[in-house]
Design a protein around this ligand. Structure first.
Ligand code: F6P
Length: 557
């Protein structure tokens, strides 16, 4: 495989960047009154304004040439057709099958997967309808009121984020809790809020082997068994390993299936989304699926230069590889999307935080950026100073619905004005002369205005995308998530990496198991390890022993 940086088009892009680096976006806008029309597009109910980027038509065309060199159209077709593109795990990445039309056929390993997809949807509908109607009775004959999802990573972030995002559509008789971390505070805080007789625990784990999830699940079960012996109406599982769930004590009827061809970070569309289905109902969940399906159809058919996920992905490559940007900010101006940055962190960084290419070679170029973010306007009062006047080039995605789910006075107008103003300010910046004039107009004397103006210079030329849609509905959320899923895929194709495995996470899990065994050994023998780990163990031990001794010390007096 020819290295990406050896492709002639790569040198073309480097030369193009050298030219673009000297052009300021404020001049591009001044020279082209139609820039917005030229660099924006609509798809699946979303509007993407990518005009506030350091690009021109030549940039987009050249990036699309790079995409063709990387066989992006062929790779998109392979993804959607269920080819085993997850080469290290020899699997497909068929999360798009979960949102295909029921009548479609999608073959994987010679089998049409759609009947099993439909069967699980039907089972989810039947179970969730009972729960939502108050007809799922616990051991004391009372309806379920609290649903506790126990899962981590993609088995937590998807249902957590989407349930929060679609709060306006949630069943008001049900309360949802998400336990993910193994820190005892998480499960204890939740158990303090619920009653055993009215609580349903959903143990969500594709592998049903994740230590954090199993530890929390066992603690929940021990807690429940203090009150009742029949767990059948209070524990269910979502997993690709039903035999492990049954070994835990969950009945077959209470197990929802997912499959190995759905990656954890792409699993919200599957039974991992069951808490969301309980919250918004199957009808709305199918609208959610339909939104993603619309984005899939756009992704599959639109020309590269008019393809929303492709443009987002390529523009991201433009900054990572030709402007050396290290991070990507996600700034949703919407309270209900407060977990969206957290969700995207896993989706993007667990997909593209890699430096081995699909042939196992070391890459010699940058790959996945650090994805972070916060809702607006809050970010403005926390880190936008750095975005505007810091030393880093930090591309930002602004995301905002045009209508609020909670229209009160002019709140949404203020929110919307701030969102637009931030991307505008990032692009425009402020010259020293503009700052000086501003200060003089405000009545400051010549000397002070000249002095202070130097500190108010803002470089501008800071790139951003803005994604608008009418309202944060299930359909629009589905399209938005699919957009970012496909963006991550596009970037993985360009970087020649496998976006669907997560090798290094397994490494960390293995080390933590060995360290846990050492920590729990009574003989305090520290296994041979680096001096840092040994030193930290010893300190932890010392404090532990000290606290144990203190606990055993006789009461004073
Ligand atoms: O972080 C590694 C990972 O495997 C994620 O990809 C996954 O979403 C998470 O752990 C939880 O895995 P499981 O659903 O098997 O418990």
């Amino acid at each position: 495989m020819t290295s990406l940086t050896d492709l002639p088009i790569w040198d073309t892009l480097k030369a193009h960047q050298a030219r673009m680096a000297n052009e300021h976006m404020r001049d591009m806008f001044a020279q082209d009154a139609k820039r917005f029309e030229r660099f924006s597009l609509e798809a699946a109910g979303l509007l993407l304004d990518y005009s506030k980027n350091r690009i021109n038509t030549d940039t987009i065309n050249t990036l699309c040439e790079l995409a063709l060199e990387c066989q992006l159209p062929e790779k998109i077709a392979a993804l959607l057709a269920g080819k085993p593109i997850n080469i290290t795990e020899k699997r497909a990445a068929l999360h798009t099958a979960l949102r295909r039309n029921p009548g479609d056929q999608v073959f994987y390993g010679g089998i049409d997967v759609m009947p099993q997809v439909q069967a699980e949807l039907n089972k989810m509908e039947e179970m969730s309808d009972k729960i939502r109607a108050g007809l799922w009775y616990g051991y004391a004959g009372q309806p379920i009121t609290d649903i506790v999802n126990i899962g981590i990573g993609g088995s937590d972030l998807g249902p957590l984020m989407a349930s929060q995002a679609l709060t306006p559509y949630s069943n008001k008789n049900l309360r949802f809790h998400f336990v993910s971390n193994v820190d005892g505070t998480s499960i204890k805080h939740t158990l303090d809020q619920v009653l055993p007789e009215t609580t349903l625990f959903i143990i969500s784990s594709k592998s049903f082997q994740t230590i954090e999830t199993l530890t929390n699940a066992n603690t929940a079960k021990r807690w429940f068994l203090q009150y009742a012996s029949d767990t059948s109406r209070h524990f269910m599982a979502v997993t690709a390993h039903p035999e492990r769930a049954q070994a835990f004590g969950i009945e077959e009827d209470s197990i929802l299936r997912i499959w190995d061809w759905v990656g954890g970070r792409f699993s919200i569309w599957s039974a991992i989304g069951f808490p969301l289905v309980c919250s918004i109902g199957m009808h709305r969940f199918k609208e959610f699926l339909a939104g993603a399906r619309a984005m899939d159809a756009h992704f599959a058919s639109a020309p590269l230069t008019q393809n929303m996920p492709v443009l987002l992905g390529l523009i991201g490559v433009w900054y990572v590889n030709f402007f050396d940007s290290q991070t990507q900010a996600i700034l949703p101006y919407n309270e209900y999307l407060k977990f969206f940055p957290r969700y995207l962190k896993q989706l993007d960084m667990e997909s593209n935080g890699k430096t081995r290419d699909i042939e196992g070679g070391a890459v010699d170029y940058a790959t996945g950026p650090i994805v972070w973010g916060e809702i607006g306007c809050n970010g403005q009062h926390a880190f936008h100073q750095l975005l505007h006047q810091g030393s880093h080039l930090t591309p930002a995605d602004f995301i905002i619905p045009c209508q609020s789910q909670n229209p009160i006075h002019n709140h949404h107008a203020i929110l919307f004005a701030n969102c637009l103003s931030q991307s505008q300010a990032l692009m425009l910046g402020k010259t020293e002369e503009e700052a000086y004039i501003e200060l003089r107009d405000a009545g400051m004397n010549e000397f002070d205005a000249r002095t202070l103006a130097k500190h108010k210079v803002i470089p501008g030329d800071k790139p951003s995308n803005t994604i608008l849609f009418d309202k944060l509905t299930p359909e629009r959320l589905g399209a938005l998530l699919a957009l970012y899923e496909h963006k991550a895929f596009v970037q993985g194709v360009i970087w020649g990496i496998n976006s669907f495995d997560q090798m290094s996470v397994e490494f960390g899990k293995g080390l933590s198991q060995a360290n846990l065994e050492a920590l729990e050994e009574e003989n305090h023998l520290l296994p041979p390890r680096d001096s840092s780990t040994r030193g930290l163990f010893a300190h932890y031990r010392g404090l532990l022993d000290q606290s144990t001794v203190e606990q055993q010390a006789p009461e004073d007096g």
